[in-house]
Design a protein around this ligand. Structure first.
Ligand SMILES: *Cc1c(COP(=O)(O)O)cnc(C)c1O
Length: 452
């Protein structure tokens, strides 16, 4: 294509995409199937495939956990328009604005708290979840240095965890399933504890065995560890794996005993998804540092936050550096903050609790028939998350295509076909999502059985 190429020369949107863009975890060769989004409203996407065929599908993914209140939500649309009429961006160095202050106050009013723990008091606004994790890890190291323990520069993380794609975040992701082998010289050598036992089958002995192993690792490495980092109760992108709340309490106790900060990554689980406002609330645990993102703006704009206790904030501010050493260009973007305030306003009504219960119940009953299918290893739900785990890796293009033909958008990974629908999904819509997933898994497993 030349610079003045006409629309006709340029070909279809999907062809132009294939000639010019990268997609997540994808080759540039552009052979993977791709659908054009022509519109989105409520819980529905209007898709067009490369042959021009159109599909209206229910979005079982909430655009990667984020669109909890649905597409074109009137309250979020109005908040964005109001803020656009004021200003959509100003730098955050030396300046402040209403949307950021309101957002910090809203977040601090809803994060986990307990009478016997230092309160989360200070918010750092970041532009994505991965960046908020980077900032959390930096802050933990700066805290230990300020406290006179400069050798504490490593992290204790759980196997099966996922914390983002930037370098420090990758370094605390699962060392096998994460991207450690691709960047061996660049990722910090962190300490990994076994994954906690699965919530569905964990016995008291399993939990005690896991606790003892964690305690041993923390004790052995305590003089070089700055913090423990974990996704509480539900590991998301690392395998949609739920573990007992008791294990989050154990993380808290062990962190305290060995002078480590506890960083809880609630980028996926925050704002009600697991059935409590934060997954840490299942355990009654208050972290020293909390990361939130994904659903923060209801999926409208990229925004995340790192929230820490006053104690940590004061120690770092009084340290030699005299500051938290981070400051992105688009920090505290007013447009994103304004939409986040509208989204948290909806959360604050408390309707999420019955929404998540309704969606979770419809997923549980709707996905149950998958248990009878060939090649299905497990079916589970937690909060408004439903998972079909297969015995083998999913044929992603085949399952995606079959699901679309059954009216549902899913994005399987590894051996998992899962749903985390928008909270506004009705019981009937959620049941239709589950039915579409079951039909897609059945169609692909029949093909496979037939091909044998
Ligand atoms: C998605 C996710 C991240 C990374 O967030 P991005 O906004 O994609 O950078 C980090 N931690 C968890 C638990 C996540 O689910």
């Amino acid at each position: 294509m030349n610079r003045t190429g006409s629309l006709i020369e340029r070909g279809s949107l999907i062809e132009r995409d294939r000639a010019s863009l990268w997609h997540p975890y994808a080759p540039a060769s552009g052979t993977l199937p791709l659908w054009e989004v022509e519109g989105a409203h409520g819980v529905r996407l209007r898709l067009r495939d490369e042959h021009g065929e159109r599909f209206e599908v229910l979005d079982a993914m909430s655009s990667w956990w984020s669109v909890i209140h649905g597409y074109r939500n009137p309250l979020l649309d109005a908040a964005a328009k109001r803020q656009l009429a004021d200003f959509s961006h100003v730098m955050f160095g030396g300046l402040t604005h209403g949307p950021a202050v309101e957002l910090a106050e809203r977040l601090l009013a809803m994060v986990p708290s307990a009478p016997d723990r230092p309160a989360l008091e200070r918010v750092f606004l970041a532009d994505s979840g991965s960046v908020s994790v980077e900032v959390a890890l930096k802050l933990a190291v700066q805290f230990q240095t300020a406290a006179g323990r400069p050798k504490r520069q490593r992290f204790l993380s759980l196997r099966g965890g996922y914390h983002g794609d930037t370098f420090a975040a990758m370094g605390v992701c699962d060392p096998v399933d994460g991207m450690h082998s691709a960047f061996p010289g660049l990722l910090a050598a962190n300490v990994f504890a076994p994954r906690p036992p699965a919530v569905a089958t964990a016995t008291a002995e399993d939990i005690e065995h896991w606790r003892a192993g964690l305690e041993e690792l923390a004790a052995r490495h305590s003089d070089e560890l700055a913090a423990i980092i974990a996704e509480p109760v539900l590991q998301g992108a690392g395998g949609m794996f739920a573990y007992p709340a008791e294990c989050v309490r154990i993380l808290r106790e062990i962190a305290d005993r060995h002078g480590l900060l506890l960083i809880l990554d609630e980028i996926a689980t925050g704002f009600g998804r697991t059935g409590e406002l934060f997954a840490a609330d299942h355990a009654g645990v208050v972290p020293d540092i909390l990361c939130v993102g994904k659903a923060l703006t209801g999926g409208y704009l990229s925004l995340a936050a790192m929230i820490c206790t006053g104690e940590v904030a004061r120690a770092v501010s009084a340290g030699a550096a005299g500051a938290l050493l981070h400051g992105p260009t688009f920090m505290g973007n007013p447009l994103a903050c304004a939409v986040a305030n509208a989204s948290l306003g909806i959360i604050t009504t408390g309707a999420w609790r019955s929404d998540v219960a309704r969606v979770g119940a419809a997923l549980a009953s709707g996905l149950a028939p998958a248990r009878e299918l060939d090649g299905v290893a497990d079916v589970r739900t937690i909060g408004a998350v439903g998972v079909i785990e297969l015995e083998d890796a999913v044929d992603v293009p085949a399952v995606t295509q079959a699901a679309i033909r059954n009216g549902v958008w899913v994005r399987p990974f590894r051996n998992l076909v899962y749903a985390m629908p928008p909270y506004i999904s009705s019981a009937a819509e959620t049941e239709a999502m589950a039915a579409g997933m079951v039909a897609a898994v059945a169609a692909v497993s029949h093909e496979r059985v037939g091909a044998r």
